[in-house]
Design a protein around this ligand. Sequence first.
Ligand SMILES: [Zn+2]
Length: 326
Amino acid sequence: MIEEILPDFYRIEVPLPENPLKLLNSYLIKGKNRNLLIDTGFNRKECKTALMDGLNTLEVNLEETDIFITHLHADHSGLISAVATNNTVVYCSEVDSKIVNLTHMPNYWAEIRSLFKSHGFPFQIIDETGWRHPGQIYNPDCEQSFTFVKENDSIEIGNYHFLCIETPGHTPGHICLYEPIQKLLISGDHILAKITPNIGLEKFIDDPLDLYLKSLEKIDQMEINLALPGHRQIIVDVHKRIGELQQHHTNRLKEILKILNTNRMNAYQIASKMKWDLTYTEWEKFPISQKWFAAGEAATHLIYLWQKGMIHGINEDGIFFFERIT
Ligand SMILES: [Zn+2]
């Protein structure tokens, strides 16, 4: 499906099969000399067909098209290799670009694995089932060359003058694009409607939740009429949505403190006792992917509480255990 949001500004729906996010919003802006494609979809057949069909319908010449990647995740970066030609500039933050290319290195996955292991994730469930992270399966075909963008860099396409706004948290180098004339924000996975963006564990980022909440405050200071997120519906009242996301994390932190109570637990144990907005009734029935994202989310909230001096963290034989300060 293609929707014209503004003149020369389109949203192409890219389905994400077997993924609770359901679909990715890829945005295409047509300019006089160059077009800009924002985010692409997983590197898998269903996504590629939808994206290419959309670009064909819009009569886009790929030789005249550049790509902007809001952040490293494979549902946004996976199809770079399918779309980019030798003339394509692929914009992304330096740190997220680096991680996109690291996903081709076995060492990277070994490091991620030990990061999750240090928060109690039981790797026997992965070894038994052979589960692989989507970033390992649906990443771009090969290493990519990127043009790094940072805070306040501008990208001009037709009548649109985008500014890069660094919004770390969901990933270390997440970037939103802001169009000051239309007061339009392309929010990537920083702000989503209805879904709360996953704040998980990643390389090069020590306290993701703290950074994420600061990035929310930063966006809250801006004048925004419309936000175009990476998934699902367009957001009309961004400030209201920011308030809801802030409240969600406050509630999460309280929930974790309550679960900890007099206990001493690791992130995986806590995740199994938290409430998740999923159809599965018991933790044991969660698919591994959901256990993975839940454990990461519990870990980032525990790290936040620990950094703020609200709980103790103790590394015991390579696994972090947390307890309340009495
Ligand atoms: Zn993402």
